[in-house]
Design a protein. Structure first.
Length: 132
């Protein structure tokens, strides 16, 4: 089939009529969260992404809590998404702890991995290998 046009994060913020949840929340519920991650990775700056992840839908669930329940937090905790944003990463982890899901992710290990990833990129002699 034809590839759908690339979606951006803004597309996932839309709330389809009568659904009471954003497309991002729907994607998390229906096992399509990697599409959201792909959109986030394609964007230089994602200042509101953490807000998006923590925003509750009409049933009181957030993307973060849905992913945790589905055991898909690993999709979200991708070093490529967070290596430039340690503070945001901690914000997410605090939210997980508040939802009693803090043990789902080894946050210190994750932050260490993100740091290593960043250092590896800085050392990379190939300018093309560097994230823009």
């Amino acid at each position: 089939g034809l590839r759908e046009p690339k979606q951006c994060l803004q597309d996932f913020r839309a709330t389809p009529e009568g659904r009471g949840m954003t497309l991002m929340q729907l994607a998390a519920r229906s096992g399509k969260f990697q599409d959201v991650v792909a959109a986030a990775l394609a964007e230089k700056e994602t200042p509101d992404f953490v807000q998006d992840l923590l925003q509750k839908d009409q049933e009181g669930a957030s993307v973060l809590s849905i992913l945790a329940v589905r055991d898909e937090l690993n999709l979200l905790f991708d070093v490529k998404l967070w290596y430039r944003r340690p503070e945001e990463t901690l914000k997410l982890h605090t939210a997980l702890k508040e939802a009693n899901l803090g043990d789902k992710i080894d946050i210190l290990r994750f932050i260490a991995q993100a740091k290593q990833y960043r250092l590896r990129l800085q050392k990379s002699p190939n300018p093309l290998a560097r994230p823009q």
